[in-house]
Every structure is written in C-alpha cells, then in structure tokens.
Design a protein around this ligand. Structure first.
Ligand SMILES: Nc1ncnc2c1ncn2[C@@H]1O[C@H](COP(=O)(O)OP(=O)(O)O)[C@@H](O)[C@H]1O
Ligand SMILES: N[C@@H](CCOP(=O)(O)O)C(=O)O
Length: 310
C-alpha cells in the first residue's frame, strides 16, 4: 500500500503575552512520520523511535494516532492507516512535542487521500489530539506546526485563525533544559480569573505584538514581550528562570519568556549573531545550576509541516 513521509516542526506557544492565542513555528527540531494506508479500518502504530519506550503505542492514546483516527472518521474513509513515528522533539518540553506528531501525521494522511482538506480544515483533528495530551484542545502549537509562521488564534468557537507576517530578520533562541513539565500540570496551576488591571496590560501587549510584527517595529515588539498572566505563576517551576531571562536581555534579546508551558525558555532577537549570543548566555546559567540543556537558534519557519516523500 501507499506510504508518505512527513515532518512537522517544534513551536513556541503563547509568545509571552498571547496565552492560548499566539504561536510560531521554528526550523528545528521536527518530528517525522511514515504513514501507510491499510485495507483494514482503524489505525495502528508499528514503530516509535526516539521516545525511550515512553509514548503510548495505542493509536487512541498517541497524538499522531488520534489525529489520523479523527481525519479518517471525518472523511468517512473505509481504509485504515499504520504510523511509524520518529520522535525528535523532547517530551513535556514546552516546544509543542505532542502537536508536532499530530501535525506530521495529518499532512501525511491528507496527502495519501489526495489532499481533500486544507491545512486549516485539519486543525480540529490536531486540537483533539491536544485534548488527549493535556486535557485542553488549545490550538497555539498545532496551528503554527500545521500552517507555519506566526499564527493568531482569534477565537476558538468558532475556530478563527490568522497568520501574522513577521520580519525576515527575526530570530528565535530556544533553550531546553533536560527537565520535563507536563502541560496538563502547568495549566492546572493557573488562576481561573485575572484582575482587570492585568487584562489591560495583557491586551495592550497582544495588540502591540501584532502591530510590531507587521510594521515591523522592533522597539514595539520589545515593549510588548511581557506576560503578567502565566509567567509570574509558572516561572517558579523553571529553575533559575528570572536570572536566565535577565542574562538573555543583557545579551541583547528583544524579549524572553517561557516557551509554551515550559520548561523551555525562548528569546527573540533581531540578528542571528545576537540570538546565538543569547543562547550561550542562557545555557551558561543552566550549566551553573548543573542542568544540561540544548540550544536551538532559527528564523520563524514560514512553511510548517511538510511532505518529505510520497
Ligand atoms: N506523539 C506524542 N508526542 C508527544 N507526546 C505525546 C504523544 N502522544 C501522546 N503524548 C502525551 O502528551 C504528553 C506530552 O504533551 P505536553 O505535556 O503537552 O508536552 P509538550 O509541551 O512537549 O507538547 C505526554 O503525556 C505524552 O505521553
Ligand atoms: N497555551 C498552552 C501552550 C502549551 O504549549 P506546550 O508546548 O507546553 O504544550 C499553555 O500555555 O498551556
């Protein structure tokens, strides 16, 4: 039967001020899948590489499997599928690990059926996978992983997403300490409501980010990269967070915050050389805490999930 190989990139959700509504894709790392059509209905996962045996092999529990099951149900397919998953994203990282697997699997199964659905129409299936992974069908990882670029989730009911143009010279530094934080747990610590004063600060920054990215205006981006909603609560879960952020800013970053729900920390810079310097400064702080970490520097990835071979 026909097989398709696809990949989908890591993503930075929230981007400081935009809790659950902002996300962008980076160039690496990316998960890969090989999806093969089968005559028998249902979805199987025959192989997972790179997870040290930790991810569920049952399709109903793995984000890649859930996404493909939802797709096949939606198009009323009589066929089934088998998935091989090559996991390159660390689990519980705040880099959209659960989302990358489902985004890659979705573009592959869509391709195998002749692309009946647009990337946007694939989104609800990937969101269902996020519900399995963390109890909440948030779209700020799956949307940029599927669509590429910097994405705004304007609304969830109905789902309304928009791509925000970004300056070509905008670089992201990701520093991933070898720690795990489950999104489910770091969502549970958030408060159910926020004071109006904080809401005003937050929506001012969200609007500032959109204008700053579109103009582009690096000063405005810099002034807008603040989070008074999630970061003050979640930062206690990341060793050395405040010092690391301070060092990133000293090294020239426009802003620095928690990537998704952490523990990865992201920074944005207006030059590659600065983004690399920022990465070294951040990693040095994790070294001082005797925490191993990986650094990834990239532009915003405008392409998102892609077919590698069909
Ligand atoms: N294919 C998959 N890749 C990553 N995590 C998966 C996958 N399928 C299911 N999961 C589950 O999702 C959870 C990790 O997701 P999450 O906590 O959101 O981390 P991340 O921030 O890295 O996406 C884990 O409990 C894991 O078992
Ligand atoms: N908006 C979500 C994003 C979670 O991202 P992840 O990469 O940690 O899964 C949240 O902040 O909970």
């Amino acid at each position: 039967m026909k097989s398709v190989k696809a990949s989908a990139p890591a993503t930075v959700a929230n981007v400081s001020c935009g809790f659950d509504i902002f996300g962008f894709a980076v160039e690496a790392p990316a998960d890969e899948v090989i999806v093969t059509l089968t005559d028998n209905p249902g979805v199987t996962i025959s192989k997972i590489v790179g997870d040290d045996g930790r991810l569920p092999r049952e399709a109903e529990k793995n984000t890649s499997g859930v996404a493909v099951l939802e797709f096949l149900k939606a198009i009323d397919s009589k066929l089934g599928a088998n998935i091989e998953l090559y996991k390159h994203l660390p689990l519980g990282s705040g880099m959209g690990s659960s989302a990358a697997s489902s985004a890659a699997a979705l573009v592959a199964i869509n391709e195998l059926h002749g692309n009946p659905l647009t990337r946007e129409q694939l989104l609800p299936f990937a969101m269902e996978s996020e519900r399995i992974a963390c109890g909440s069908a948030h779209a700020d990882n799956v949307a940029p992983s599927l669509l590429g670029g910097f994405v705004l989730i304007r609304g969830y009911a109905p789902l309304d997403v928009a791509s925000i143009p970004t300056p070509a010279e905008l670089y992201c530094t990701l520093v991933h300490p070898h720690l795990e934080l489950k999104t489910e747990d770091s969502r549970r610590v958030l408060k159910p409501s926020i004071p109006i004063k904080d809401a005003i600060t937050q929506w001012g920054n969200i609007a500032g980010m959109v204008v700053g990215l579109m103009k582009p205006d690096y000063g405005l981006i810099q002034r807008s990269l603040h989070d008074v909603v999630a970061e003050p609560i979640r930062s206690v879960l990341i060793p050395g967070f405040h010092k690391i952020k301070e060092e990133a800013m000293q090294a020239g970053a426009l802003g620095c915050g928690i990537s998704g729900s952490g523990p990865t920390i992201f920074a944005l810079s207006s030059e590659r050389a600065v983004a690399e310097r920022v990465g070294k400064a951040m990693q040095q702080q994790f070294d001082l805490l005797k925490l191993k970490s990986d650094v990834f520097v990239s532009r915003i990835n405008g392409e998102g999930a892609k077919i590698l071979s069909a």
